[in-house]
Design a protein around this ligand. Structure first.
Ligand code: PLP
Length: 406
């Protein structure tokens, strides 16, 4: 017999880094979840852009359980078939020649930043160690990645921080150009700032960063942890922008809910990370490899990418209609199924209220900062689920509006 547990236990037993919702999900199918009381929720949060194929996808279950009967883990003294197949899929589908596997987005970015420092040190010496990142960026929670991230609230309490990281203004090429020079080893940027408010890069901004990196022999790192694996309607957002990075990081949706991360790069750069220079016990584990391989097989198809564009239209049209009725958003932005509704002045800073009201009505949405409501649902969410979820979301919005007036 398992003992009974509840949301209140979280506050007793778990390190209080999170403030989870008041309900505890216990099972899910497609884009619907149920909590301990049997209440249903339509999932527009997608586990923070992770559950790209929804919940309990039968093919992913099969890939995971088949692998679970064969081989779980060996450590990196041995390679394994699933991870080799996944590596080949990623290489065939992208600019990359080589892949480093790890377990999360932060670790993929950590590897990318370490690679950039190592390449620069090997080729030019230790003075070439500058990293240029952007205000409001989010790259993970290790000390290096939180320092590259552009939200001091997440890093300041952990000083001293790794040095030689500077932040420019996102979408402002002149501000980046002022910081990038021959001592710069890397520029790290999200093609769409996800946590920072669902802010897409201007195409000219990314093209300009590419040119500056070429001019100063710095690596251009695209953090596609949130935008990758079909989220934008392209397998990776760099394909939409037509700007190819030297290093790309991917995680989240790559495992469809199973933890995995990867850093993709070119042959000449990969050479810098020779045997023993970097690693992680679970990176490229057979279970993650098997699931990741199936995710890539299912998502990297023209009909799935076209489906993302179609679902984008469903969301944006319905959100515009809601906005016509309730006057909440000053902007609805994003690409594919990474969509942000920017709250107007009347509701500025109140995104969390909408998130909580949504949960009460039976729909899960995300926030991105205090004033943006974010949607990152499954890439194969059904029309019925979208309709039902948005009807619930509108009821939640009305509840907030009425609460604000009372
Ligand atoms: N990079 C970006 C763009 C992200 O959105 C995130 C997570 O939200 C990360 C990195 C960190 O990924 P993880 O939480 O898997 O370490």
């Amino acid at each position: 017999m398992q003992s009974s547990v509840s949301r209140n236990d979280f506050d007793q037993w778990i390190v209080p880094t999170y403030a989870p919702a008041s309900f505890v999900p216990v099972r899910a199918q497609g884009s619907t979840l149920w909590d301990q009381q049997g209440k249903s929720y339509i999932d527009f949060a997608g586990g923070i852009a992770v559950n790209a194929l929804g919940h309990a996808h039968p093919d992913l279950q099969q890939a995971l359980t088949e692998q679970a009967t064969r081989l779980w883990h060996t450590g990196n003294g041995y390679t394994n078939e699933p991870v080799l197949r996944l590596a080949k899929r990623l290489i065939d589908a992208t600019f990359a020649d080589r892949v480093f596997f790890c377990n999360s987005g932060a670790e993929a970015n950590e590897a990318a930043l370490k690679l950039a420092r190592k390449v620069a040190h090997d080729r030019a010496g230790e003075e070439k160690s500058g990293i240029v990142a952007f205000n409001n960026a989010f790259h993970g929670r290790t000390l290096f990645t939180v320092s590259a991230g552009g939200q001091p609230a997440y890093s300041k309490d952990f000083a001293p921080l790794p040095g030689n990281i500077q932040h420019a203004v996102y979408n402002d090429l002149a501000s980046a150009a002022a910081l990038i020079n021959d001592q710069t080893c890397a520029v790290i940027v999200e093609p769409i700032q996800g946590e920072g408010g669902v802010v897409p890069a201007e195409p000219a901004f990314l093209r300009g960063l590419r040119e500056l990196c070429d001019k100063h022999q710095a690596l251009l790192i695209f953090d596609e942890v949130q935008t990758g694996v079909g989220r934008t309607g392209w397998l990776y957002a760099y394909m939409h922008y037509n700007v190819t990075p030297d290093v790309l990081t991917t995680a989240k949706a790559l495992g469809g809910g199973f933890p995995i991360g990867a850093m993709l790069t070119t042959e000449p750069l990969a050479k810098a990370l020779s045997v023993g220079t970097h690693g992680t016990t679970y990176g490229g584990n057979p279970l993650a490899g098997a699931v990741g391989g199936k995710v890539m097989e299912l998502i990297n198809r023209p009909e799935v990418m076209a489906g993302v564009a179609e679902r984008h239209r469903w969301f944006v049209e319905a959100l515009n209609d809601i906005n016509q009725r309730l006057h909440l958003f000053s902007d609805i932005r994003g690409l594919g199924l990474l969509i942000g509704c920017v709250l107007n002045q009347d509701f500025s800073g109140k995104a969390k209220l909408f998130n909580q009201a949504a949960a009460a009505e039976g729909v899960m949405v995300l926030i991105a900062g205090a004033s943006v409501i974010r949607f990152a649902p499954s890439l194969i969410i059904t029309e019925q689920e979208v309709k039902e979820g948005l009807a619930r979301f509108e009821r939640a919005c009305r509840a907030v509006v009425e609460g604000a007036g009372s």
